[in-house]
Design a binder for this molecule. Structure first.
Ligand code: ZN
Ligand code: ZN
Length: 284
């Protein structure tokens, strides 16, 4: 073995242990970094409104999870309506309780730069839900206003909030919800828009990457089902309003597709949509 070779080996070893030390230091510090940056964002961008709104439920919860693989973070929000009634049954008051949390992906977030950017992105979702009151368009124009504010104010710390969820992971296939624009990314062509639907709003998905070739396409299984069932139901119930028919057909489709919908919802983004009366909830 020549001296030169020995030297090379030593350098490589030092590099590995330096990386390991940096990772270890990050692992120890990341909880505090996350917590204090979230507080700072709230103070500077939303003037403390988010903590204020979430105060009665214990504030915005931050948690680390190893269940997220393709997305770096997730914001969950739910608004609970608390009604008090007078003895005669009439309404005395309405209060809202905001349940807000951010989940961070252990496996995806491995350095401070990414952590701060993920927190900023998810913070914008909460601001969009809680301050702007937008619940149906997670990356719409209101989100972009919050994103621009964060990028401007914290740009010197490397913050740039974009509408891409999966940061540096480059997926070969992308599908988008035709209604709420939620994106579903995969390394393989594992989503079939004929069978799978948006886990958030249950509407059909369409492939956006690679862009499908234009041209006549045969109707999807969903379209065929809807058309056929609409016709049948209308024949059976000629007096039922169109809206009600649509609802029943949609119910039939979803009970028929229950298994695969769950599979998408669990596999992609487990959407915490609470149908309970008086509450709304969104995940993005
Ligand atoms: Zn997002
Ligand atoms: Zn959707």
């Amino acid at each position: 073995m020549t001296n030169r070779e020995t030297e090379t080996t030593i350098c490589a070893t030092n590099k590995i242990s330096a990386d390991r030390d940096a990772r270890k230091a990050f692992e120890i510090a990341k909880h505090d970094i996350a917590q204090s940056f979230l507080q700072e964002l709230d103070k500077v961008i939303t003037q403390g409104r988010l903590s204020e709104l979430a105060e009665t439920t214990g504030g915005i919860r931050l948690s680390w999870t190893n269940k997220l693989n393709t997305t770096a973070g997730r914001a969950n929000w739910k608004r609970e309506t608390v009604r008090t009634r007078n003895p005669d049954g009439s309404e005395a008051s309405i209060r809202y309780r905001h349940h807000a949390s951010i989940e961070l992906a252990e496996k995806v977030i491995d350095d401070q730069h990414r952590l701060l950017n993920v927190i900023a992105h998810e913070f914008c979702h909460l601001a969009n839900f809680m301050v702007s009151g937008i619940t149906n368009n997670p990356h719409g124009k209101e989100f972009k206003v919050w994103a621009a504010k964060c990028s401007r104010r914290f740009g010197d710390r490397g913050i740039e909030v974009t509408t891409k969820h999966s940061y540096d992971i480059d997926f070969k296939y992308v599908w988008e919800c035709t209604s709420c624009a939620m994106e579903y990314k995969r390394h393989s062509k594992s989503i079939n828009p004929d069978r799978h639907r948006c886990g958030a709003c249950k509407n059909p998905l369409k492939q956006t990457k690679p862009v499908p070739r234009a041209g006549a396409r045969k109707p999807s299984e969903y379209q065929t089902f809807m058309k056929e069932q609409m016709r049948l139901l209308k024949e059976e119930n000629p007096k039922t309003p169109q809206k009600e028919i649509m609802r029943r057909v949609a119910d039939r489709w979803s009970s028929r597709e229950a298994a695969s919908v769950d599979e998408v919802a669990v596999g992609i983004e487990h959407l915490d949509l609470d149908g309970a009366d008086g509450s709304e909830s969104r995940t993005a």
